[in-house]
Design a protein around this ligand. Structure first.
Ligand code: ATP
Ligand code: MG
Length: 567
């Protein structure tokens, strides 16, 4: 998007009335009660182990949106506590995506790894309070002694080590004296708790691995549960908004903060976004990329933010989607058509209309002088008169869509067929006089017609009406492009089962190599978006070049023309 477009989208975004939801109600209540001295401070805490997807976008809009509307702050915090799966490539892409969505963390960019020293000290504090201990059980042994839903777990034999011994062992863990997995630091809570998370959870594990930011400084790494709440507290977060799977972790979140007696943010859970025809787990998205089912993280069929962007999605459409679907307390699956509708609404307002012929068929206008070119007026966007109009060339040889001609038309076929009349958009009414066929194959290679000079669009005599209007491009002036028609990546609504890869839509991409576009499109740049009249919304692909234009179909029009056609 250009800066001007961005600002326009931004102001529209600000004008939409803010919808309330149960999280905003909690915040309103807190403000009324003077909690947190009237501060509202949220954070978006991605783990840099993959690219962001539309589910994250929802979380970003929620957290940054609340900060914006309550005149508070939202931090961007990388939850980088797992050195083996995280990469700088992901950190960079996450920042790019948050910015593209229209949000800004200003100077509040943080990394959980910045708090490793502080977290270590917090752990020492818990050890001194007798609330944490070094455990020599292996990961397997810890699992085996955890108990079941109906039976309590077993106390670790190391649970009653003295504070002194724990402090000594913990320090030596940090110094690297022990191999991976030899020891852990565990919270001393309650092995009989009905909540598994409270059964002496692991806080630190030994992992001799290089971290993308701290290098080899650390060989003990905090678990998510230990790092997350304390990071929230250190940053002065007031409302720590996360997805429902963390509800069961909340007692532990609270326990750590209470035992440490530090600032205590409130964890609030909401239902993660699930979409029909879409997989959202990072693990599955990574598989799609690594196994070559798609061309990369930014393949236009991916639900990643970079994929949606390359597909032609606008950030306004995604923000409007997040706003429209709201925030739920229970899991559900959102119909993906709502997302597509938000996109159409936005593109309808802003995308320029142009004419493009995807599957060309030559149309020769017999009574139009050969070599003559006429410049006709075409409206850029009927929804937005400020976008003005442009000139398009008309001549005696045109291209029309193969689908817009039938030698033997079905009933109610209002396009071109022998003897029938149709209006050429922004031009004249033409009457089909015959066809030319390939002598060998019998295939129609050319349609012939005559035009009625009295019917020029916009002229005073143009009043004569015909039922159909079709689009066209002048052959001599057309620019050539490859057009990639994308469809949904999965053929079924719910691709969540174990056999999800069998459900990949084999027809999710069709490449058209002979498309003809009106000449103005020669100047288009990657990211530009258009409505190809009667066909849908398209955008210029990132790989497009002036000498080799490449367009992606972003989304079809609401009333799918294709359906009419198959009749
Ligand atoms: P992982 O499976 O690696 O934990 P994740 O999708 O939870 O993946 P995170 O990087 O931990 O990824 O997510 C960052 C934030 O985005 C978290 O606060 C998480 O709750 C939120 N989030 C992730 N997926 C969704 C989703 N589908 N809908 C809404 N929020 C989401
Ligand atoms: Mg997560």
């Amino acid at each position: 998007m250009t800066t001007a477009e961005n600002m326009k989208a931004e102001s529209e975004n600000n004008n939409t009335a803010v919808r309330t939801n149960f999280i905003r109600e909690i915040i309103d209540e807190d403000l009324k009660n003077g909690k947190n001295a009237g501060r509202v401070h949220t954070r978006f805490p991605p783990e840099p182990n993959g690219y962001l997807h539309i589910g994250h976008a929802k979380s970003i809009c929620l957290n940054f949106g609340i900060a914006r509307d309550y005149k508070g702050f939202c931090n961007l915090r990388f939850d980088d506590t797992n050195p083996t799966k995280e990469e700088v490539e992901y950190v960079d892409s996450i920042m790019e995506d948050v910015r593209w969505l229209g949000f800004d963390w200003d100077d509040r960019l943080y990394y959980a790894s910045d708090y490793f020293e502080q977290l270590y000290e917090f752990a020492v504090k818990l050890i001194k309070k007798g609330k944490a201990f070094v455990c020599d059980l292996t990961a397997d042994q810890i699992r085996e002694t955890r108990g079941t839903l109906t039976e309590p777990g077993k106390d670790s034999p190391y649970r009653d080590r003295s504070v002194q011994e724990n402090l000594d062992l913990f320090e030596r863990m940090r110094k690297g004296e022990f191999p991976n997995g030899a020891r852990t630091l565990r919270a001393k809570i309650d092995m009989a708790s009905p909540n598994f998370n409270m059964r002496d959870p692991v806080m630190y594990r030994i992992l001799h691995a290089e971290h993308h930011r701290t290098g080899n400084k650390w060989c003990i790494y905090p678990t998510y549960d230990w790092a997350h709440g304390q990071s929230d507290s250190i940053e002065g977060i007031t409302h720590s908004i996360c997805t429902l799977e963390f509800e069961i972790h909340r007692p532990l979140y609270d326990w750590f903060l209470e035992e440490l007696e530090i600032h205590h943010p409130q964890q609030i859970e909401f239902a993660r976004l699930n979409l029909t025809y879409t997989v959202m787990s990072k693990r599955k998205l990574l598989q799609l990329v690594e196994e070559g089912h798609v061309s990369g993280w930014d393949d236009p069929r991916m639900p990643t933010i970079c994929g949606l962007r390359r597909r032609g999605y606008t950030s306004t459409a995604i923000r409007n989607f997040a706003d429209r679907i709201g925030v739920a307390k229970r899991e559900y699956t959102q119909d993906v058509t709502v997302l597509e509708d938000c996109l159409r609404d936005d593109l309808n307002k802003h995308a320029r209309r142009v004419m493009a012929v995807l599957r060309p068929l030559k149309l020769v206008v017999e009574n139009y002088p050969e070599g003559k070119t006429e410049e006709l007026d075409a409206v850029n966007n009927p929804e937005d008169p400020s976008l003005g109009s442009r000139k398009i060339p008309f001549s005696n040889v045109l291209y029309i869509e193969q689908d817009d001609f039938r030698e033997n038309p079905p009933k109610k076929y209002f396009r071109l067929s022998p003897g029938a009349e149709v209006r050429l958009r922004y031009a004249y009414i033409v009457k089909c006089t015959g066809v030319v066929k390939d002598k060998k194959t019998g295939e129609i290679i050319e349609v012939r017609c005559t035009y009625d000079p009295e019917t020029k669009s916009g002229s005073s005599q143009s009043g004569r009406k015909v039922k159909g209007t079709i689009h066209w491009v002048s052959a001599a002036h057309a620019v050539h492009a490859d057009v990639y028609l994308y469809d949904r990546l999965f053929s079924t609504e719910d691709p969540s089962g174990d056999n999800w890869k069998d459900l990949i839509n084999p027809k999710s991409l069709e490449i058209l190599k002979h498309c003809k576009l009106e000449p103005g499109l020669a100047m288009s740049k990657p990211g530009d978006r258009f409505q190809f009249e009667r066909l849908g919304y398209f955008c210029v692909d990132t790989d497009s070049k002036a000498e080799a234009l490449k367009f992606n179909r972003t989304v079809t029009l609401r009333d799918t023309w294709a359906k009419v056609d198959k009749s």
